[in-house]
Design a protein around this ligand. Structure first.
Ligand code: HEC
Ligand code: HEC
Length: 330
């Protein structure tokens, strides 16, 4: 018995040391910064380049949906050029994340940052302060021409002074930051070749480009772990549970948009119907989908999206009702 107690004491001590070690590791690693390969970019003043940037920012890339306060969403939906002064709150299992001010204000926005630093946010998922970004903005494989268009347009934004609150992370959030968060898009081997330039057209190739790298349909219409952003389900088959927009008591479940005859919501839609649905905009008030910005996509781009989604592998996956009470999930 005595021997047993002695062993127990040692085991307890070792466990305590491991726990302390882990906690120390979390607190030393949570604020780590990253180096990324250099990016060569210089904002353009060409009006066509800037116009393309503006179209992407307020349209398919929906930057304006996220970089504006929550209570301005309906104005963004209507198509107003709400300044992207940040402050939208995402309440996640890891803590509270606020979108930064991306207007040209030198103090509170990105006015003092270089073109390279801003491009790096999108290409590698590393913030201008060197920290890895939570995977809200998977633009890692966006074409060079579109990256240039976006950066060039951001440079034209009027400065708006708005100091956004710092993110707050709980312990789990710090564990994720310490051990899981890292720059993205650095795996050159299995990374698809970045396109130098894209020409908007109605091909499935361009549709895939939008669905994956610009509009991020894949990011919401694939099941994933909300703590790490890790994909856990088949692509485009939905089932990802997102907090209701402006109403945490509701959870929205993204539908299956693969062409499965039984469980794919778009299976019976023709191209006209798809375009009409996108032009219609938001029908569920609490939906986190940026319907407003998407409603302003060109016919050409909507056709491309539709045609691409019809080529995706059908997945039989019934995700149940789209709107559920958050309390019922626990
Ligand atoms: C789904 C929401 C969402 C979308 C869409 C989005 N962002 Fe962001 N963005 C964020 C969040 C959240 C952060 C901060 C994340 C963090 O702190 O980890 C951020 C960070 C940034 C930063 C970093 C600022 C800095 O000082 O480091 C820039 C620049 C930026 N976004 C620009 C853009 C642009 C340009 C677009 C469109 C092409 C865009 N964002 C689309 C949510 C979004
Ligand atoms: C921020 C997350 C998010 C993004 C990004 C997103 N969706 Fe959705 N989508 C949802 C959710 C949640 C719903 C269910 C609520 C609703 O219908 O608004 C939905 C619904 C849909 C529907 C069904 C609409 C209906 O009336 O039945 C289609 C089709 C769709 N999305 C296609 C797309 C496509 C195509 C893209 C990319 C261009 C996209 N989504 C991007 C979250 C998202």
């Amino acid at each position: 018995m005595k021997k047993f107690l002695r062993i127990l004491k040692w085991v307890g001590l070792v466990v305590a040391l491991i726990v302390i070690g882990l906690i120390v590791a979390v607190y030393t690693l949570k604020d780590r910064t990253f180096e990324t390969p250099a990016i060569v970019i210089k904002a353009s003043t060409d009006s066509a380049v800037i116009a393309r940037g503006k179209y992407l920012v307020y349209g398919p890339a929906h930057c304006a949906h996220c970089h504006t306060p929550n209570d301005k969403m309906s104005l963004v939906d209507e198509g107003q050029m709400v300044p992207m002064s940040g402050g939208r709150l995402f309440e996640l299992p890891i803590g509270n994340i606020y979108t930064p001010n991306i207007t040209s204000d030198k103090e509170t926005g990105i006015g003092a940052k270089s073109d390279e630093e801003i491009a790096r946010v999108m290409r590698y998922g590393v913030k201008t302060d060197g920290h890895a970004l939570f995977p809200f903005m998977p633009f890692y494989d966006i074409a060079e021409s579109d990256l240039l268009a976006i950066v060039s347009y951001l440079r034209t934004l009027e400065p708006v002074k708005n100091k956004v609150q710092d993110n707050t992370y709980n312990f789990m959030g710090n564990v994720v930051r310490a051990f899981i968060m890292k720059p993205e898009g650095m795996k050159t081997k299995d990374r698809p070749k970045i396109l130098a330039t894209v020409n908007p057209d109605s091909t499935t190739q361009y549709g895939e480009y939008l669905a994956r790298y610009v509009a991020n349909c894949v990011g919401c219409h694939t099941d994933r772990d909300l703590k790490t952003g890790e994909f856990t389900g088949p692509e485009f088959a939905g089932g990802f549970k997102l907090p209701g927009e402006g109403n945490m008591e509701l959870t929205l479940v993204s539908p299956n948009i693969t062409p499965d005859p039984e469980t794919g919501v778009m299976y019976n839609w023709g191209e006209e119907m798809f375009i009409k649905r996108f032009r219609q905009g938001r029908t569920i008030k609490e939906s986190p989908m940026p319907w407003g910005p998407f409603s302003r996509m060109s016919d050409l781009e909507l056709k491309a999206l539709y045609r691409y989604l019809k080529t995706v592998k059908p997945v039989k996956q019934d995700n149940g009702p789209t709107v559920v009470k958050t309390a019922d999930l626990k």
